[in-house]
Design a protein. Structure first.
Length: 254
């Protein structure tokens, strides 16, 4: 993905990493469309950030995804970048079914089925563009699990392997696949995460991400330095120590 000259759709970008990335990409000379469920937040974004386009979309609703995709493609036919940002993260207790089942199902629907359905809605159009990108969003916890968020960890691990496999299937087309792998970032994804001593400041994270894209437009995995501790524990040979460290130090980490 080149850092400028794109038309970018980011569903799940009304706050947190999604909104910060949308604003940074717009500042770099991209046309950006922000998607989200809450129309009040979308209206505020439009008012506060002229030039940012918005559309209502619920990524847990298959028909809503299809409707939004048709609108985005019709209104922005140059669309060539899809960033599947929407996600949730919840604490779960898997020692009893009433402590996790509803949360696990919601997490799978949002974090895994959402991106799959989004890609299905846009893949045909993206292949008509001369230079297109699907950017998935996994997590450092796809590689090193946090004990209290099993469904989140699992869905992000699935997103990683989905990204790897899509890259193989789309080889030879005009569509590339890039995987953004955040560490714990100071957002409201989890209660207390915004104020966590372990969370990377949001502006620092997005600045580093933009720099990484700018330096290497063909990067398969976009990794800020802070996430590499989680990403490469197994490769370093200290996976057990990495898991222990994450679970002893960071109750809210991503």
């Amino acid at each position: 993905m080149h850092i400028s000259g794109n038309t970018v759709f980011i569903p799940g970008a009304t706050s947190g990493i999604g909104l910060a990335l949308a604003l940074a990409l717009h500042a770099k000379g991209n046309e950006v469309i922000v998607g989200g469920r809450r129309t009040d937040l979308l209206a505020r974004i439009s008012a506060e950030h002229p030039g940012i386009h918005t559309i209502q979309i619920d990524t847990t609703d298959p028909s809503g995804i299809r409707r939004a995709a048709k609108t985005v493609i019709a209104e922005h036919p140059a669309l060539n970048v899809l960033i599947t940002m929407a996600g949730i993260m919840r604490v779960e207790d898997w020692t009893r079914p009433e402590g996790f089942l509803a949360s696990a199902e919601a997490t799978v629907t949002t974090n895994l089925l959402g991106p799959i359905r989004l890609i299905a809605a846009f893949i045909e159009h993206l292949q008509t563009r001369p230079d297109a990108t699907i950017m998935t969003v996994s997590s450092g916890l796809a590689f090193t699990p946090l004990r209290v968020t099993p469904s989140y960890n699992a869905t992000k691990a699935a997103i990683h392997m989905l990204s790897e496999t899509l890259r193989l299937q789309l080889a030879g087309t005009t569509v590339t696949v890039s995987e953004l792998e955040p560490p714990s970032v100071a957002t409201d994804l989890m209660p207390g995460q915004r104020d966590s001593d372990f969370a990377m400041p949001l502006d620092e994270f997005v600045t580093e991400v933009i720099g990484l894209i700018e330096r290497d437009p063909d990067a398969r995995e976009i990794q800020v330095e802070r996430v590499k501790f989680l990403r490469y524990g197994e490769a370093r040979g200290d996976y057990a120590e990495t898991v222990a460290a994450v679970n002893s130090l960071d109750p809210h980490g991503r």
